[in-house]
Design a protein around this ligand. Structure first.
Ligand code: AMP
Length: 533
């Protein structure tokens, strides 16, 4: 028997409708140099429809890909709605990738129009050979410069200036593609992930639940996670759905800018990479009274595990709680969120930190299991590691037009490539990326656990641990550390020996002035391995 419920598709136009009709007075604030510009959701909706009309005018049709190479700004956010609501596909491109990778991605996704920040215009000139399918380029801010390519280059404001504010968005099949994002693997070309209206709406709804970041109308969210990376963790859609104030850091922000933005806009929740949180901490340690960040109460840090020492520091110094989620481009991205069940809420503060240092509980509608090297499912005992397999309506079923898809799936489950354990009460702990786990004399060593301990040492600012080939043990850990003040190898070895089995403790420590970061702001272990080891 079929139900008699309305078969109303899940679509992003419903998010926009709600933002405009319930929260028309709420604001999107963008940093423009040392100024801030604000736009109400009501005016935002009008500009979104003008952009859809302008894109239709320059030839964008249902299913066409519109690429963006852009910072977190209001105009980029307008594209987040204008493109998918008209039935086209928003393809966000990470501008920190190499020109070759960007060229590959534009060609592979078959982008028809590109929306770019001014600093990306020279990149496109360099990539001229990859732009054969591109019909137009739109510069998102400032006047479009003279340029030499045989493709029209428009300035955004000129393009939408005369466009109509009316656009009757079509009813789409909820499985219509809404967005695309490429994940840059450690080997080979980047792989494309295609999100649907359905997956994006469900993921946004999930971000509004308690037990997750719980997006709330009363809060002011500073979204630092790049809008070019997994839809800025889905937060723009969740914020508009719930009528929460959105604060965007604009073009070329640096560490002190984030603190200044918090002071100026009274942001209450910061969302960004663990490494950005560390940069802000350094800034505050150097200038403890330079910024008033009293409005801030929570930082959602992700991309890698936030060390407990960071959680302690932020709580003690500024009363700020750190939350983390675990996820990936292929999962829209969030799969687990660190929250405290009632049984854990009554523990003392230090024990609560230890619980929150785990990656958290699987979200509603996320199914999860652990599988060992022989394909056997592992128990949830907090001790038995396995590769984490997941299923969810917001996890991919295959990569876009890529034969490498088949390696990543098994029996309808997505193989995350992360090794973890799960406690009997459902807390997931990511031990390591499968490829970063160190195998020494037949025993596993977690690079993540060593790094987090090292970052907790008062003399260490940043740490990354990678495997080096070893004639006797096959692999041994090597630690790359940035010092806060002078420490010796012996001191660090003694410190680690108090916390780990002695065979975990690296013989070799490399003291460096900074650690390389990937295009999405994580410590770049691949580069460390190739450059130093
Ligand atoms: P990306 O697709 O670039 O977002 O990278 C996803 C990968 O980042 C995951 O597979 C994990 O290895 C890692 N990751 C993301 N969030 C966390 C977290 N909270 N703790 C540990 N690792 C994480």
């Amino acid at each position: 028997m079929q139900s008699l419920m309305m078969d109303l598709p899940l679509q992003l136009k419903s998010v926009l409708w709600r933002a405009e009709n319930l929260y028309g007075h709420k604001e999107i604030i963008t940093r423009r140099g040392d100024q801030f510009e604000s736009c109400t959701f009501r005016d935002f909706g009008r500009r979104v429809r003008r952009l859809s009309n302008a894109l239709a005018e320059i030839g964008i049709r249902h299913g066409d890909r519109v690429g963006t190479l852009a910072w977190n700004t209001q105009e980029h956010l307008e594209a987040y709605f204008a493109v998918p609501c008209m039935g086209a596909v928003l393809h966000t491109i990470n501008s920190r990738l190499s020109p070759e990778q960007i060229g590959y991605i534009i060609t592979h996704a078959d982008d028809t129009v590109l929306l770019v920040s001014p600093d990306q215009v020279p990149v496109l000139i360099e990539l001229r050979d990859h732009l054969n399918g591109v019909k137009a380029v739109v510069q998102l801010s400032g006047e479009a410069p003279e340029w030499s390519l045989p493709i029209p280059l428009y300035s955004y404001e000129d393009l939408i200036a005369d466009a109509s504010e009316e656009y009757e968005y079509p009813d789409l099949d909820e499985n219509t593609a809404a967005g695309m994002c490429y994940t840059s693997g450690t080997t080979g070309a980047p792989k494309g992930v295609v999100y649907s209206h359905r997956s994006t709406v469900l993921h946004a709804l999930m971000l509004c639940l308690h037990g997750t970041i719980g997006v709330d109308e009363a809060e002011r969210y500073l979204l630092v996670t790049p809008m070019s990376h997994v839809n800025s963790w889905g937060m723009p859609y969740a914020c508009l759905l719930q009528g929460a104030t959105v604060v965007l850091p604009g073009e070329h922000p640096i560490g002190s800018d984030y603190l200044d933005i918090i002071e100026q806009t009274r942001a209450t929740v910061f969302v960004g990479a663990v490494t950005v949180g560390m940069i802000m901490r350094r800034e505050l340690e150097d200038n403890p009274t330079a910024f008033d960040i009293s409005s801030l109460h929570t930082m959602w840090l992700g991309g890698q595990a936030p060390p407990v020492s960071e959680m302690r520091w932020w709580k003690k110094q500024f009363g700020v709680s750190i939350a983390q989620a675990w996820g990936m481009t292929e999962a829209s991205p969030v799969l687990t969120f660190s929250s405290l069940t009632t049984a854990n809420r009554d523990r003392d503060e230090e024990e609560r930190f230890q619980v929150l240092a785990r990656q958290g509980l699987p979200l509603p509608l996320v199914e999860i299991k652990l599988v060992d090297d022989h394909g056997n499912e592992q128990p949830w005992d907090g001790n038995s590691p396995g590769e984490i397999y997941v299923r969810s309506p917001w996890v991919i079923s295959e990569y876009y037009d890529d034969i490498r898809s088949r390696d990543s799936f098994a029996g309808g489950w997505f193989r995350t490539g992360d090794i973890g354990t799960i406690t009997s009460d459902g807390y997931v702990e990511v031990v390591d990326r499968a490829k970063d786990l160190i195998k020494s004399g037949g025993e596993w060593i977690s690079s993540v656990a060593l790094e987090n301990a090292l970052i907790g040492h008062p003399g260490i600012q940043e740490a990354s641990v990678v495997a080096a080939p070893d004639p006797k043990w096959i692999e041994r850990p090597v630690a790359f550390v940035v010092q806060r003040h002078h420490v010796t190898t012996d001191e660090l070895r003694t410190y680690l020996k108090e916390r780990f089995p002695s065979f975990w403790v690296p013989e070799r420590f490399e003291f460096v002035s900074s650690l390389p970061k990937t295009s999405v702001g994580k410590f770049d272990k691949k580069l460390l391995r190739s450059q130093f080891v």
